[in-house]
Design a protein around this ligand. Structure first.
Ligand code: ASN
Length: 324
């Protein structure tokens, strides 16, 4: 029998709807605790009510605490970890665990779009699916996975795409890596291994800025002056910026602030294609770091980890631009 560590952190999966007002909020005790011991699967669950908060309240410090609990549990004979989490920031926590823990043990994160007492509530079903995946031998060496709505996604590429639909978690460009079927857990894609970096701190100020038609450099100048440690820009198309932003980008890079670029497009990867003013080729030559295939919130987590891992400038560049 597999031994699975369950860490509940809160979110809609652990909330209830008030039948009078329709408001959804946390209860006096997490409703998932009632079901955790009687799920009827052939697994031993070690359940911890780790946090009980909505996921917009999750910070990198919470992610670090989860990472430390999982690492300490490795010596407790567990076979896998399931984390229940609010869906709003689930992908960030998942990616943080993926790049700091790697594939030491299967880690599966799940949540729900409907609270525990709503008609069609997806929480218990997703929770059971997550346990099945974490307990499956096929989940070994795959890093952190996100299981929702019968699909298995990598932490690296999955993103929340819909405000309310239960099929909200999608992997643009690449698709899900596996399925939770009635009787089996099946993977259909071979995963690429990326570098992991363990960190003990998560201190860095890294804003995300989205590029738009007519964007000027002044917003970037304001950020430069406000003591930031790095910047993530959601650039246009294949990875281009309006030319008016270039002086501000130059100043930032000259003052040692890493500038990381992803595309604001939902599909595809950012790369240097154009050599016109503000085109990706120019940006790459200036030292802008193209973070391949990640969305901005995950590129931010990656830079946060890199800045806390005491890397040299060259190591940081290599880590941020690796092709994953
Ligand atoms: N479906 C959810 O879990 C959304 C909720 N706002 C949360 O992230 O905590």
């Amino acid at each position: 029998m597999k031994k699975i560590l369950v860490l509940h952190t809160g979110g809609t999966i652990a909330m209830a709807e008030d039948s009078q007002t329709g408001e959804v909020s946390t209860e006096s005790t997490n409703p998932l605790l009632k079901v955790s011991q009687s799920v009827g699967l052939e697994t031993e669950l070690i359940v911890e009510d780790f946090f009980y908060i909505p996921s917009p309240h999750i910070t990198p410090k919470h992610m670090l605490a989860l990472k430390e609990r999982i690492l300490s549990a490795l010596s407790e004979g567990i076979d896998g970890v399931v984390i229940t989490h609010g869906t709003d920031t689930l992908e960030e926590t998942a990616y943080f665990l993926d790049i700091t823990i790697g594939d030491k043990i299967p880690i599966v994160i799940t949540g729900a779009m409907r609270s525990s007492n709503e008609i069609g509530s997806d929480g218990l079903y997703n929770f059971l699916s997550a346990i099945r995946v974490a307990a499956s031998d096929s989940a070994l060496n795959k890093g952190t996975l996100v299981v929702m709505n019968d699909e298995i996604h990598t932490a690296r590429y999955v993103t929340k795409t819909h405000t309310t639909n239960v099929a909200t978690f999608r992997t643009p460009t690449f698709g899900p890596v596996g399925l939770v079927n009635k009787h089996n857990v099946s993977f259909y894609q071979q995963l690429i291994t990326s570098h992991t970096l363990d960190v003990t701190t998560v201190d860095a100020r890294i804003p995300i800025v989205k590029a738009y038609a007519g964007m000027e450099g002044s917003i970037l100048d304001i950020l430069s002056e406000s003591d930031i440690d790095g910047l993530v820009i959601e650039a246009l198309g294949a990875g281009n910026l309006p030319p008016q932003t270039l002086p501000a980008i130059d100043n930032m890079i000259a003052s040692g602030i890493p500038v990381v670029l992803v595309s604001r497009c939902f599909n595809g990867v950012a790369e240097g294609v154009y050599s016109y003013d503000g085109g990706g080729i120019q940006l790459e030559r200036k030292g802008v770091l193209f973070c391949n295939g990640l969305n901005s919130q995950k590129a931010r987590i990656k830079l946060l980890v890199a800045l806390n891992a005491n890397l040299t400038k060259d190591e940081l560049t290599e880590f941020m631009i690796e092709q994953v």
